[in-house]
Design a protein. Structure first.
Length: 455
C-alpha cells in the first residue's frame, strides 16, 4: 500500500513534469522558429540590398563586388537574368542550390519571398528578390547552409536538456520537502485518531496552521478533549452511583442484621425497620431520577406543550411550597406580570421550578427570603428565583448542572439530595426551547434565571 506522502509526491511530480515538458517544448519551438525567422529575414534583407545595388549600377564590376562580399560571409548569392541564366554565384552551385533555382517564379513582390524554410529537411534555407534594370530583369537568390542552423539547434537542445535536468533535480527536493511538510500534520493526526480508537483520549494534536489542516487538527483535539471529559464524567458518575448505592445498602444490611436479633424490643425493631424503609425509599428515588435522565438522553421523553398564563401557574406553585418555607421561617415572595403567556408542559415545567425552590429551601437559613419573579424582556419571558442562602463558591458554579455534582458533599445525606435535580431541571428547560443560568455570591445567595420564548 502506497503511503500518502508517496502518493502526494508522485502526483505533484507528474503534474509538474507535464507542465514543464509542455512549457519546454513550447519555449524550444518558439526559440527555434524565432531564430529561423531572423535568418530568413536577414537573407531577404541582404537580397534586397544587392537588388538595390544592381538597379543603381548593373555591370560586371557590380556583380563581382557582390560576389566578393558574399564570399566573406556564411551566406551565398546567385544572380540570374530573366532567362534563368546564372550571371553570378559566390559558390559553386550544387544539388541543393539547383533545387531552389528550379522553382518556378511569377509576379514576385519587390521585397522578395522565402523559397525554402525547412531547415531540418533541406540543405539550404533560401530567399529570392526580383530586380529590374534598363537592360534586363532577373532575380537575386540568397542561400544559407542549414548546418549552421542545425548546430545552433543542437546547442540549444543541450542547454534545454541541462536546464530540464536541473529543474527535475530541484523539483525532487522541493516535492520531498513539500510532501513532508504537508503530510507530517496528517501523520500526527492519524496517530492521534489511532490512540483515540484504542481508548487513549489524552492526545495532543499541535495546530501548526490556520488552514483546513489546522481546522482538522483543532477538530480532532476538541474531539479528544470531549471524549476525555466524557470518560472522566463516566468514571465520576459510576463512582458517585456506587457511593450513593453503597451507603444506603450498608445501612439496610446493618440494620437488617440488627432487626433479626431475638432480644430486641418491638419498639427497637420498629425503629430499625423504619430506617431500612427510609434508606430503601432513598435508593428508589435515586433510581427513578436516573431513569428519568436516561429517558431524556435517549429522546424517549415527551412533553405536551400548551399555552399557559404564567401568573396563575406560578401562583399555584407558590401556594404549594409556601407552607414548607413558612415552617422554616423563610419568607417567599411572588412578583409576576399578569399578562404573560408561555408554551410549556405545566407538569414538567412545574418540576423545574420545584427543584430550584427545593434547593433554595434546603440551603437557606431562618429569617431569609426567597423571591420568584417573572417578566417580559425583548420578546422573551424571564423567570428568576432568588434566595438569600449560603451561596455557591465561584469554582463550583460551572458544574452545578452536571449530574451527581454537589457543592457540599458533607451535607448531602442531611439534605437528602443526589445532585440530579438541577441536571434534570436544565434538560427540561432545554426541551422547552429555553435556557437556564445561575449567578451566586458566597454568603449572599443564589439566583437561577430561566429564559423562554413568549407565546
Amino acid at each position: 500500500m502506497l503511503k500518502l506522502s508517496l502518493k502526494l509526491g508522485l502526483w505533484i511530480f507528474i503534474c509538474i513534469l507535464l507542465i514543464e515538458t509542455v512549457s519546454m517544448i513550447f519555449l524550444h519551438n518558439n526559440v527555434v522558429h524565432s531564430r529561423i525567422d531572423q535568418e530568413l529575414d536577414s537573407l531577404k534583407a541582404r537580397g534586397n540590398s544587392h537588388r538595390d545595388v544592381l538597379e543603381m549600377a548593373f555591370d560586371d564590376s557590380t556583380l563581382q563586388h557582390i560576389g566578393l562580399m558574399e564570399s566573406q560571409t556564411d551566406t551565398d548569392v546567385v544572380v540570374t537574368n530573366s532567362a534563368g541564366e546564372v550571371l553570378l554565384t559566390s559558390k559553386e552551385i550544387n544539388g541543393g542550390m539547383e533545387q531552389v533555382l528550379d522553382h518556378s517564379l511569377s509576379q514576385l513582390p519587390r521585397q522578395g519571398v522565402i523559397l525554402q524554410s525547412e531547415w531540418n529537411e533541406e540543405e539550404y534555407i533560401a530567399t529570392v528578390t526580383p530586380y529590374e534594370t534598363v537592360t534586363d530583369n532577373g532575380y537575386v537568390y540568397m542561400f544559407r547552409d542549414t548546418e549552421n542552423v542545425k548546430a545552433f539547434v543542437s546547442q540549444l537542445n543541450r542547454h534545454f536538456m541541462l536546464a530540464s535536468i536541473l529543474i527535475i533535480f530541484f523539483m525532487f527536493i522541493t516535492i520531498f520537502l513539500l510532501t513532508k511538510a504537508l503530510t507530517r500534520p496528517l501523520i500526527l493526526m492519524k496517530e492521534a485518531t489511532r490512540k483515540l480508537s484504542k481508548g487513549d483520549f489524552s492526545v495532543s494534536v499541535p495546530v501548526q496552521s490556520h488552514d483546513e489542516l489546522g481546522e482538522l487538527a483543532q477538530s480532532i483535539q476538541t474531539l479528544a478533549n470531549d471524549l476525555n471529559h466524557i470518560k472522566q464524567e463516566r468514571n465520576d458518575f459510576l463512582a458517585s452511583i456506587s457511593h450513593e448505592l453503597r451507603t444506603p445498602l450498608t445501612y439496610i444490611k446493618g440494620y437488617a442484621d440488627i432487626a433479626r436479633r431475638t432480644n430486641l424490643s418491638p419498639q427497637e425493631r420498629t425503629h430499625y425497620l423504619q430506617i431500612i424503609g427510609e434508606e430503601s425509599e432513598r435508593i428508589n428515588r435515586l433510581l427513578e431520577e436516573l431513569f428519568y435522565l436516561a429517558r431524556m438522553d435517549q429522546n424517549e421523553f415527551l412533553i405536551t406543550k400548551e399555552r399557559v398564563r404564567l401568573f396563575p401557574f406560578l401562583h399555584s406553585i407558590y401556594e404549594r411550597v409556601l407552607p414548607a418555607f413558612l415552617n422554616k421561617n423563610i419568607q417567599l415572595h411572588l412578583d409576576s406580570d399578569h399578562d404573560v403567556y408561555v408554551d410549556i408542559d405545566p407538569s414538567r415545567f412545574g418540576q423545574v421550578l420545584s427543584n430550584i425552590l427545593d434547593n433554595a429551601l434546603k440551603y437557606s437559613n431562618e429569617g431569609t427570603a426567597t423571591t420568584i419573579r417573572a417578566f417580559k424582556k425583548d420578546w422573551n419571558v424571564v423567570i428568576s428565583i432568588t434566595d438569600q442562602g449560603i451561596g455557591i463558591p465561584d469554582e463550583d458554579l460551572p458544574y452545578v448542572f452536571e449530574r451527581l455534582y454537589r457543592v457540599e458533599k458533607s451535607r448531602a445525606r442531611m439534605t437528602g439530595g443526589f445532585g440530579l435535580g438541577l441536571a434534570i431541571a436544565k434538560q427540561l428547560v432545554e426541551v422547552h426551547g429555553g435556557s437556564i443560568s445561575v449567578e451566586s455570591r458566597l454568603g449572599e445567595g443564589t439566583t437561577f434565571t430561566i429564559v423562554l420564548k413568549e407565546s
